[in-house]
Design a protein around this ligand. Structure first.
Ligand SMILES: Nc1nc2c(c(=O)[nH]1)N[C@H]1C(S)=C(S)[C@@H](COP(=O)(O)OP(=O)(O)OC[C@H]3O[C@@H](n4cnc5c(=O)[nH]c(N)nc54)[C@H](O)[C@@H]3O)O[C@H]1N2
Ligand SMILES: Nc1nc2c(c(=O)[nH]1)N[C@H]1C(S)=C(S)[C@@H](COP(=O)(O)OP(=O)(O)OC[C@H]3O[C@@H](n4cnc5c(=O)[nH]c(N)nc54)[C@H](O)[C@@H]3O)O[C@H]1N2
Ligand code: SF4
Ligand SMILES: [Mo]
Length: 704
């Protein structure tokens, strides 16, 4: 007891008088603003920024545990150059930054000379400061292939939002909603953003009805008024049938669809011609026609309401139109961008951190890969098709690849093919915190600083326009550099030093802030700038080709698809030999791949597992808590089983499959849990180019 009191006293003394620095957390993509207390170059305490409208002072366990990052002994400390041939586990030697920049610049010049600038591509996930690389590789080098990792993430949702609303990333105004229908969105598991999750719970306390459509009885489903246990990959059928009820029973908002929607009448005819009725959908999704009809009536009659998706339907090849259909429910009922709806958030007018004159800009000679690959509607690179370009030269050869803050060997489907891809590159560069599985396949590995060691200014993920600031609070680990310094060093070797003239981060920070109502100094003091939340932007005209909500999409028609959403079956259907459908969902205590080397989080959740329904478990001899073998036509994994009641029979759910089973990364992460991404083949959405992680059939048996 006394020891504890003494510890507390010592802790308080440490915190008292420490310097408070406003920053943000980047452990997951939701970037909660924070306050970090620093003393003698060490983080002594940190918490959410109580003034910020997003997280209002709170942080999740992942965020709180994240201050381990700058102390993690497994972090990369120096640039490393490969010393052995590719195809074997990489061996590396330490080199200087100058050698690293020279090596990369020489390769970049050689590739441009021989293959053209488009033969170099860039992908990232958590995209701290990626904007600097875009100026270097895009504007100056001339590659049109600067991408993020969206095809591994919410590519279908993004495409649906762009098509319908001309908006890339609507937020969710749960707080004001009376009826929330979530399609495979597990806010209380993968906390979509603390403030959104909190707003959802608050709305529910105030009496909003929450309906969760998900094959799994998730953390969010457990808190819902109703769980709709849909069969995997069938959301499109159910949403289209709900649309049909709303149209046939005259429950739609006539004024809204007439004034602000493109193609309502055509859609009504389309639903009837295709026979999209609740009775038809029942046979596909396993939800009774009477339930579908009732949900449609409830949704249309309760206002304000919201139908929202994130990743759930996007795990399948038919996910793009499922996403469109889920969102059209909002449009039919006139529930778009009003309080309690999807919010077509304004972005803060952040300027570029560097100014490249037009005269210095290179002109790309070829279209970007996603266009050349035949995915004109893809909002980002169909990255599981990248191996086709690298290995087979289709649609054109890619010879150089930068991967920053992304670990595609772990996170993309079909690991074998992704590893094979890296072995065919003339230049593979990983910009990483750890010697990741992907870094192991590269020629050169550059250590980047973590968000505790660098600055960044970016748009925040809140309803209103918001600028958030990340400030360096501790010294870089080893010789790690922030991306803006890496770009500057590389630019100098390429002969473009004059375009990156900053000496310190505040120099580019000032430039970015020039159109924001507060100065950089004020931003440092406050940590964020938030503008007013706005609603009702639909009458102002949207950023779609027609300016309206496009229920009918000409862009789809031009690309050879039905201009209205249709339902087709997913690609991989279980059979006698592989009778179960593989599905995935994320864990509350981890975020993707970035958290498994954190000993605190690993103590709470040290391995992943697969969930299986009691009926299937009995059939295949699977015992709760024991290990099982999950086998697909391609590979198998050994994973702990959890026998549950709440999972649709006929499928299993692997929790956080891509973030466990590390064979590299760090000493804490290595060897824990199972990695499911080599079970599946490459399946890509024909419309958006999204990776389809659940297009996979499996069988299970007890592990020997
Ligand atoms: N704690 C935590 N937070 C995170 C992350 C994390 O790893 N951990 N990751 C972050 C990232 S990168 C993202 S993209 C988001 C993801 O946020 P979510 O999309 O909410 O997360 P997932 O767990 O992928 O949720 C997918 C859900 O879809 C369900 N599902 C599977 N197939 C179907 C189907 O056919 N139909 C329907 N209706 N549902 C289906 C799964 O059972 C699962 O519950 O979360 C972010 N936040
Ligand atoms: N089977 C299956 N696979 C999936 C999913 C699934 O549900 N099931 N979900 C998909 C989803 S939604 C996503 S978003 C992707 C995510 O997968 P990825 O795009 O690979 O991204 P992350 O998992 O966030 O991070 C990968 C790497 O970034 C490094 N890193 C972390 N912070 C920093 C930093 O500040 N700087 C640098 N340079 N590196 C850093 C980490 O060490 C890690 O190796 O995975 C997808 N893969
Ligand atoms: S929700 Fe994400 S950004 Fe916020 S504290 Fe948790 S890990 Fe950090
Ligand atoms: Mo994601």
């Amino acid at each position: 007891m006394n020891a504890k009191v003494d510890d507390l006293g010592a802790r308080l003394a440490e915190v008292k008088g420490a310097k408070l620095i406003k920053s943000f957390c980047y452990t997951c993509p939701w970037q909660c603003p924070t306050e970090v207390l620093v003393r003698d170059g060490k983080i002594v305490y940190h918490k959410g920024n109580p003034e910020s409208p997003n997280n209002i002072g709170s942080r999740c366990a992942k965020g709180m545990a994240s201050s381990y990052l700058p102390r993690d002994p497994d972090r990369l400390k120096y640039p490393m150059l490969r010393t052995n041939p590719k195809g074997q586990p990489g061996q590396f030697k330490r080199i200087s930054w100058d050698e690293a920049f020279t090596f990369i610049a020489d390769k970049l010049k050689a590739i441009r000379e021989k293959w053209g600038p488009e033969a170099v591509a860039y992908t990232c996930h958590h995209d701290p400061n990626t904007v600097f690389f875009r100026h270097l590789l895009g504007d100056l080098y001339g590659s049109p292939n600067n991408y993020t990792h969206t095809s591994g993430c919410e590519q279908d949702r993004r495409a649906a939002c762009l098509t319908l609303f001309g908006h890339v990333f609507p937020m969710h105004d749960f707080a004001n909603s009376r009826y929330v229908m979530l399609w495979g969105m597990n806010n209380l598991g993968a906390n979509q953003g603390l403030w959104e999750s909190r707003a959802l719970i608050e709305a529910k306390k105030k009496g909003a009805r929450l309906v969760v459509v998900d094959p799994n009885f998730t953390e969010t489903a457990q808190k819902a008024n109703e769980w709709v246990p849909i069969r995997p990959g069938t959301d499109g059928a159910m949403a289209l049938a709900m649309c049909r009820v709303i149209v046939d029973e005259d429950l739609y908002d006539r004024d809204f669809v007439t004034r602000y929607c493109e193609g309502f009448e055509g859609f009504r005819d389309h639903l009837r011609e295709k026979g999209y009725t609740p009775a038809w959908a029942e046979g596909i999704c396993g939800i009774g026609a009477d339930t579908i009809t009732r949900l449609a009536r409830e949704f249309a009659r309760t206002k304000p309401s919201m139908s929202a998706i994130f990743k759930g339907s996007g795990y399948y090849t038919n996910g793009a139109d499922a996403a469109r259909a889920c969102y059209i429910l909002n449009a039919l009922c006139g529930e778009v961008d009003k309080p309690g709806n999807l919010n077509l958030k304004d972005w803060a007018p952040l300027a570029a951190p560097v100014v490249i004159p037009d005269s210095a800009k290179a002109k790309p000679g070829k279209p970007p890969l996603h266009i050349a690959m035949g995915y004109p509607l893809a909002p980002d690179l169909p990255n599981s098709r990248l191996p086709d370009a690298v290995i087979d030269g289709k649609p054109y050869p890619v010879k150089g690849l930068f991967v920053q803050s992304t670990n595609p060997v772990m996170s993309d489907p079909n690991r074998d093919r992704v590893q094979e891809m890296f072995r065919h590159l003339e230049l593979g560069v990983a910009i990483e915190l750890f010697m990741s599985e992907t870094a192991l396949e590269c020629d050169i590995v550059l250590p980047e600083t973590s968000f505790y060691e660098q600055a960044e200014i970016r748009n925040g993920m809140w309803l209103g326009p918001e600028v958030i600031l990340c400030q360096p609070v501790v010294a870089p680990v080893g010789e790690a550099k922030p991306l803006y310094e890496i770009v500057k060093g590389l630019a100098a070797k390429m002969g473009w030093a004059q375009h990156f003239p900053y000496e310190k981060w505040e120099d580019w920070g000032e430039l970015m802030m020039k159109d924001i109502p507060i100065s950089l100094e004020e931003l440092k003091h406050k940590g964020f700038w938030a503008g007013p939340v706005r609603y009702n932007r639909v009458p102002e005209g949207l950023a779609t080709p027609s300016g309206k909500v496009e229920i009918r999409s000409q862009a789809y028609a031009d690309a050879g698809f039905d201009p209205y959403p249709v339902f087709v079956q997913r690609t991989v259907i279980p059979d006698d030999e592989f009778p179960l459908q593989l599905t995935h969902s994320k864990l509350s205590m981890h975020c993707n791949i970035v958290t498994q080397n954190n000993p605190f989080l690993m103590e709470i959740c040290g391995e992943n597992w697969m969930e299986i329904n009691r009926v299937d478990a009995a059939k295949y001899g699977i015992v709760d808590g024991a290990y099982a073998i999950v086998e697909s036509p391609k590979d198998h994994i050994r994973i702990k089983a959890k026998v549950v009641e709440g999972l649709v029979p006929g499928c299993i759910s692997v929790r956080h499959g891509h973030g466990f089973g590390h064979w590299a990364m760090g000493s804490v992460a290595k060897g824990k849990g199972a990695h499911s991404n080599n079970l599946m083949d490459t399946h890509t959405s024909p419309i958006t180019g999204a990776n389809c992680y659940n297009e996979c059939k499996v069988r299970v048996r007890p592990a020997p």
